[in-house]
Design a binder for this molecule. Structure first.
Ligand SMILES: Cc1cc2nc3c(=O)[nH]c(=O)nc-3n(C[C@H](O)[C@H](O)[C@H](O)COP(=O)(O)OP(=O)(O)OC[C@H]3O[C@@H](n4cnc5c(N)ncnc54)[C@H](O)[C@@H]3O)c2cc1C
Length: 371
């Protein structure tokens, strides 16, 4: 009988499974959840936490507490390898966790290829927890000096980070900072011109510089060097150059997609191992590759839960339908946002109010499990 369920990473796609973890336990399964932090941070509210719109407590989910409350075991650590033949998950602590069924939600990472030396005063936009460390460092340094802050990358997270840094550096006692976005392309190149124009206007109005066509070659503490040799001296550097799926799958010899994500079929099931499932940024959905947005991870929740239960119970699997266009709202950090879905596009306070409502409601649903 299959009765050992291992949940690798308590990310956005595992929220429903974690909420129903007691149901697996009631069926006689042992459930082990592995994660590098006792909390999971909701990325949609991460930039808002950086800008102090939200406290860390408002944007995180108490993974360990909920897992243990529901009868599971929480292992603090990082999954480093999956041995699919032996059905064992290897953790960085040296622990080996055997499974009958495994579900992976290991997320994605910002590539570090350009970064030389360590990460002193360099902040990758993931994991979201790092944004809190960045906030504290800026509050500390900004009381002593006028800071120059650079954000490398020009996508939505760079825009949200820049806008929320503007807000943060207006805290009482801080000197206003010089904030620049350095991007190789135009700003938000994969979004419609209307979104781009609104973002550009908002940033410009607040004195946030956008340097386009800036091809970064090297990042080290205090300095960014372009391929042309031109340098930018910066006190604090954020790196928002996009994300790649967790490297664990490629390192484990599992079939992966072109981006290194776990290659899964329409059931969110590994194409090679029927007892391995995955969701969120760490997978490559073979049927139709998905954008790396939390929306898909959230939509995958009921399917992952159903398919884990079905595999343990030997019932039929449910396919994942990605669904149509998804809503995006960007938090610009000054109480305004940009709302975009289908043909509907608008900016201003209403856009942020909607995002704030949707995000708080999402968090409250799952934080209720902590009561
Ligand atoms: C600044 C920023 C803002 C964003 N805003 C939005 C937004 O508003 N809307 C939207 O749809 N998308 C947004 N995104 C994209 C969104 O973050 C991702 O698509 C989403 O986080 C994917 O969820 P996930 O659970 O797959 O990954 P993650 O959120 O990265 O979660 C992965 C989980 O796995 C754990 N983990 C990681 N490695 C290991 C390991 N080796 N072993 C065990 N556990 C591990 C992590 O601790 C984490 O809990 C934003 C991204 C960023 C960077």
């Amino acid at each position: 009988m299959k009765n050992r369920l291992v949940i690798a990473g308590g990310g956005h796609a595992h929220m429903v499974t974690l909420a129903n973890l007691h149901r697996f336990v009631e069926k006689g399964c042992s459930v082990t959840v592995v994660g590098p932090s006792e909390h999971h941070y909701y990325s949609g509210m991460g930039p808002g936490m950086l800008g102090k719109t939200y406290t860390p407590e408002q944007i995180r989910f108490a993974t360990k507490f909920v897992v243990e409350k529901k009868g599971g075991t929480f292992v603090l650590g990082k999954v480093v390898r999956i041995d699919a033949r032996e059905q064992v998950v290897h953790v960085d602590s040296g622990d080996r966790i055997p499974y009958d069924v495994l579900s992976c939600n290991l997320g994605s990472q910002v590539p570090k290829d350009f970064i030389e030396d360590g990460l002193e005063d360099i902040y990758l936009v993931k994991p979201i927890e790092r944004l809190l460390a960045a906030q504290q460092r800026i509050l500390e340094l900004g009381r002593r000096q006028k800071l120059t802050i650079g954000i490398i990358g020009g996508g939505p997270s760079a825009v949200e980070i820049a806008g929320n840094l503007w807000r943060l550096t207006r805290e009482p006692g801080l000197q206003p900072a010089k904030i620049s976005i350095l991007t190789s392309d135009t700003l938000m190149p994969h979004h419609p011109a209307g979104v781009r124009a609104k973002a550009r206007f908002s940033l410009k109005r607040r004195g946030i510089e956008v340097v386009e066509g800036c091809r970064v070659h090297k990042i080290r503490a205090g300095q960014v060097t372009e391929t042309s040799g031109k340098t930018h001296d910066l006190d604090i550097i954020f790196v928002a150059i996009g994300v790649k799926p967790s490297p664990v799958f490629a390192a484990s010899g599992l079939p992966v997609g072109p981006d290194g994500g776990l290659l899964v079929n329409r059931y969110l099931q590994s194409v090679a191992h029927e007892n391995i499932f995955g969701g969120g940024d760490c997978i490559y959905f073979k049927e139709s590759p998905l954008d790396k947005v939390g929306v898909y991870a959230v939509r995958q929740n009921p399917v992952i839960y159903h398919n884990l239960m079905a595999t343990l119970d030997t019932g039929p699997l449910q396919p994942f339908e990605p669904g149509g266009a998804y809503l995006l709202i960007f938090n610009l950090g000054d109480g305004t946002g940009i709302f975009h879905k289908w043909w509907l596009l608008f900016g201003g306070r209403l856009a942020f109010t909607i995002k704030d409502y949707v995000d708080r409601r999402f968090m409250k649903t799952f934080q209720a499990l902590e009561q």
